[in-house]
Design a protein around this ligand. Structure first.
Ligand SMILES: Cc1ncc(COP(=O)(O)O)c(C=O)c1O
Length: 419
């Protein structure tokens, strides 16, 4: 079946919101997507019918244990982990990163080096900077090219040495939308024996994550950015996770997958994450060409169908913005390179405050973000940190061409009234 955006939208109760006589336009997706009905249903089922703490001998506890195992299996399919035990969950990407950075830091020595980037969201920067401070590490910064919005990997090579212990890098930028070549970065880092820690928060809603193909060592993402609840997901190589010391209480298990779970497992969130992943598989079954019945293939097909739709919307949006005077887009605009960006399009309008645009859009029922969006290093590098950052239009596979056109016409009207 061809991609049917109305059928997709029907899977999201939140999209029925109206603003005046129009449907609300959700372009705030990089900050959090709407939640798929399948995720909500799984959470309700967990809280109503499978609600008990883990490890008891009675029915609800047994069911709750099953739910946790199912969430691990679903997440393993989602990122292509070899083993569901390599997955663990936690409050969000930031919290998981602070936890993992502390555990990793115990294995680093003063004078060891780590690489962080000027493109990353601060959740993949600050935990490492603070670790460097705590452990006396040397921080090397990987800049991105201000014309292409991409990394020059020769520059990365020049930063790496046998002292490098870790490279922390984003899979996709939450500001420019650039998608990075993680497989190449992993190869280069591994040549000098460094580990690779990937923030896949912004890639997960738009692209297929394959930790085996990426060759990275750790990868984190957040389900509220991919149609699920506010909870985070981490993957690490089994042998590395096993070798780390987790910050945990003594009676808690020291084995995977429990080792890095602090306190009582948040079962309803795990159920919701499973539901979100099942939603991807549903999209694949509906609109993709799925070889066989395996969930991983369904997920790949689902994301493929979503990505085709994302691409059409991105092309329309960027062409529309480029047709306007005084607009500067902070990200890849060459359609030939759209395979290296997600549909997150940041821009500024000459002489107009980003906040003024966001406020006007909010008044018209168009939800989007402005400012630095915690991408403070990219905004500083581009000279816009102290000047309102960007207006960020974050598209998702449930958005429509009509919404893009409506946004553009509202923007045109606003810019005219400000001229
Ligand atoms: C690229 C990126 N990384 C990390 C985060 C932080 O995620 P969380 O809220 O799950 O900690 C965000 C949130 O916007 C993000 O966009």
């Amino acid at each position: 079946m061809n991609y049917d955006v109305d059928a997709v939208r029907a899977q999201f109760p939140g999209l029925t919101r109206r603003e005046g006589d129009r449907a609300a336009v959700f372009f705030d997706n990089p900050a959090g997507t709407q939640v798929a009905r399948m995720a909500i249903d799984r959470m309700v089922e967990s809280m109503v019918h499978r609600n008990a703490n883990l490890g008891g001998l009675f029915t609800t506890s047994v069911l709750a244990v099953e739910d946790v195992a199912e969430a691990h299996r679903a997440a393993a399919d989602f990122v292509n982990a070899r083993d569901p035990d390599e997955i663990f969950f936690g409050q969000n990407m930031t919290t998981l990163t602070f936890a993992l950075s502390r555990a990793l830091g115990r294995t680093f020595r003063p004078g060891d080096e780590i690489v962080v980037t000027r493109m990353d969201h601060d959740a993949n920067v600050s935990p490492w900077l603070m670790l460097a401070e705590d452990r006396g590490l040397v921080v090397r910064w990987l800049d991105f090219d201000l014309d292409t919005y991409e990394f020059d990997l020769a520059r990365l090579r020049s930063l790496l040495s046998e002292r490098t212990r870790l490279v922390a890098v984003g899979h996709a930028s939450n500001l420019t939308g650039t998608v990075n070549d993680i497989a190449a970065i992993s190869r280069m880092a591994h040549e000098v024996g460094a580990l690779v820690y990937v923030d896949a928060v912004q890639y997960a809603p738009h692209g297929v994550i394959d930790v085996q193909a990426l060759g990275c060592d750790f990868l984190v993402c957040s389900a509220y950015k991919f149609f699920g609840p506010h909870y985070g997901l981490a993957w690490g190589r089994r042998e590395l996770l096993e070798g780390l010391t987790a910050y945990k209480v003594r009676p808690a298990k020291d084995t995977l997958p429990s080792k890095f779970v602090t306190g009582t497992t948040n079962r309803e969130e795990l159920a919701g994450i499973r539901g979100a992943i099942e939603y991807y598989a549903w999209v694949g079954q509906q609109f993709g060409k799925v070889p066989g019945a395996c969930r991983r293939n369904q997920i790949i097909a689902g994301i493929g169908a979503m990505a085709d739709h994302d691409l059409a919307l991105t092309t329309r949006l960027i062409a529309g913005l480029q047709a306007l005077d005084g607009i500067r887009i902070y990200g890849i605009t060459d359609p030939a390179a759209f395979g290296r960006r997600v549909p997150t399009v940041s821009f500024r309008a000459a002489g107009v405050a980003t906040e003024a645009i966001a406020r006007h859009m909010a008044g018209k029922g168009i939800y989007l973000w402005h400012g630095h969006n915690y991408a403070i290093e990219p905004c500083r590098a581009m000279g816009i940190l102290e000047d309102g950052g960007v207006v960020r239009v974050g598209l998702a596979h449930y958005n429509t061409p009509e919404e893009v056109d409506w946004f553009l016409s509202v923007l045109v009207g606003f810019l005219k009234s400000n001229a």
